[in-house]
Write a protein that binds this ligand. Structure first.
Ligand code: XMP
Length: 516
């Protein structure tokens, strides 16, 4: 892999994504990794990310100069560039003049790194310190008003660096510099593609599983569907997918899994109708966290029963299901601390948390992928587009979109309103622009309205359309007024007990995407 060393800013993930966009596989490692730990991963190249520190600050992340003698091509970005300059004997000074935002740089010599660049390019910078002189043996490629040395390279040692952030879109030629480094500097080929990835995973899964029986909790969402399709491609009927209908699903969701997914993949599916069980367990409960815990707990119970039944139905009583497929993605792995090792179940946020003592080994074929990459793999595997392009939907489902107690009647109201919102957003062609649009029923709130000649006293429905890259942060989507008007009119006319539709105009933070 290409290792992206994370110096603690948000940029490492973005760099890893850009490297993958160049069809080269990348992984993020923490800056606390020693040179030995990095080399143990057999890196094809190493990229040092930007970070919030000054190289002179107390406790600034340290770069071991040995890294530059390992014979591995290295590309330093921003902080990584300065740390590299300092480690190799260049000078980094606190100029007091900081460059922030769009910054013009003069390219004095394109070299290998800036090959194809015009004499001036706009870059995005964010730094206080600057490199004043390059280490011996390095050629200076660019300068800017605040950075006497804004880019350098040493092609013999295959060491490169830029002061700006090539990974952000505000550096229009950033991807070109990154690709120059990967293809020319490090001599890598753009061969990390969905089909190669599928072929690799199929082999790995077969080796991991042997002839054991495997189950997969299928939610109908993108991640679990693509994971299931991949494992099914590898081991066919050794896999059984378990779909738990907890009654907190949206209109048509169970059908979509049963019909579309099974038809496209031919996967063995076990559907468990647990609707009444969940309703009973949730009766009288309004507190969001308590609801989440109940849903998580009930899910596990149902799932464990289903796993036993799968074995019995296969005529293998007494045998055990050894493996569980999970649609864990790379951001989950990175967020939970790097994901080294890890074998048994951790509490994942997939379905509100599976317990530590669940005795399955995990198969997580999407562990290295970002969401858009999962979608590409899904398309390649022939997973239906309606599933591949589905917006995220939380495991606890509509249970956390009813503020107040969850009842069968309230679920019906919310399902009807949600279906209308989804229909109209789809009709307006907005599905891919919106990350997701939770529709929330304020079950404990009523307001006065008028319909025909009569007074109504109904519940409000909240629309929560958001735009996001990864759900960590989000902004409310500026939907066209006419689309909002149509949704509002239809919901208030067609859904019993709803007499008001309101729009949530809060970003995340401070709001979360879901209301509970
Ligand atoms: P929040 O509400 O935390 O949501 O801003 C961020 C993203 O995560 C989804 N979400 C969940 N997904 N199980 C899931 O599988 C959960 O318990 C859960 N809670 C929130 C939410 O829909 C959004 O995409």
């Amino acid at each position: 892999p290409v290792l992206v060393v994370d110096f603690g800013a948000q940029y490492a993930q973005l760099i890893a994504r850009r490297v993958r966009e160049a069809k080269v596989y990348s992984e993020i490692v923490p800056h606390t990794f020693s040179v030995e730990q990095m080399l143990a991963k057999n890196p094809a190249a190493i990229i040092l990310s930007g970070g919030p520190s000054s190289v002179y600050a107390d406790g600034a992340p340290f770069v071991d100069p040995a890294l530059f003698d390992a014979g591995v091509p290295v590309f330093g970005i921003c902080y990584g560039f300065q740390a590299m300059a300092k480690a190799l004997g260049g000078t980094v000074a606190q100029t007091g003049l900081s460059e922030y935002g769009g910054t013009s740089v003069d390219v004095c010599e394109a070299g290998a790194l800036l090959h194809g660049s015009p004499e001036q390019q706009t870059t995005w910078m964010s730094h206080g310190d600057a490199v004043h002189s390059a280490p011996e043996g390095f050629r200076v490629l660019a300068t800017s008003a605040g950075s006497p040395v804004a880019a350098f390279e040493n092609t013999e040692r295959r060491l490169y660096g830029v002061q700006w952030h090539p990974e952000v879109k505000h550096s229009p030629l950033g991807q070109q510099a990154l690709e120059n480094f990967l293809y020319n500097g490090a001599g890598l080929a753009p061969d990390w593609t969905p089909s190669n990835l599928i072929a690799d995973q199929v082999e790995l899964i077969r080796a991991q599983v042997g002839d054991a029986r495997v189950i997969c909790g299928l939610s109908g969402g993108v991640d679990s569907s693509v994971a299931a399709a991949l494992v099914q491609k590898a081991i066919g009927d050794q896999l059984t997918c378990v779909f738990v209908d907890h009654g907190l699903l949206r209109e048509g969701e169970a059908t979509q899994v049963e019909e579309d997914f099974v038809a496209a993949t031919g996967v063995q599916l076990k559907v468990v109708d647990a609707r009444q069980r969940f309703l009973d367990a949730l009766a009288g409960v309004s507190d969001p966290e308590t609801k989440r815990k109940i849903i998580g707990r009930e899910f596990i119970r149902v799932f464990e029963i289903a796993a036993r039944e799968v074995v019995e139905e296969a005529g293998e009583s007494g045998a055990e299901v050894k493996f569980l497929v999970q649609g864990t993605l790379y951001p989950d792995v990175v967020e939970s601390g790097g994901g080294e090792g890890a074998a048994n179940i951790k509490s994942h946020h997939n379905v509100g948390g599976l317990p530590d003592d669940l005795a399955f080994s995990l198969i997580e074929p999407l562990r290295a992928l970002f969401k858009d990459e999962v979608r590409a793999v899904g398309l390649e595997l022939g997973v239906p587009e309606v599933i591949v392009w589905r917006q995220p939907f939380p495991g606890p489902g509509l249970g956390i979109r009813i503020v107040g107690e969850v009842t069968a009647e309230r679920l019906d109201i919310l399902r009807a309103a949600d279906l209308i919102a989804r229909e109209e957003l789809t009709k307006a062609g907005l599905d891919r622009e919106i990350w997701q649009c939770p529709v929330v029923l304020l079950g404990d709130v009523r307001s006065v309205g008028v319909q025909g000649d009569g007074r109504t006293y109904g519940h409000p429905i909240v629309l929560r359309p958001v735009s996001s890259e990864d759900a960590m942060t989000a902004d409310w989507t500026r939907l066209p007024y006419d689309v909002l008007a149509t949704i509002s009119t239809r919901i208030t006319n067609e859904v019993k007990d709803v007499n008001r539709v309101v729009l949530d105009v809060t970003s995340k933070p401070p709001g979360t995407i879901e209301w509970e």
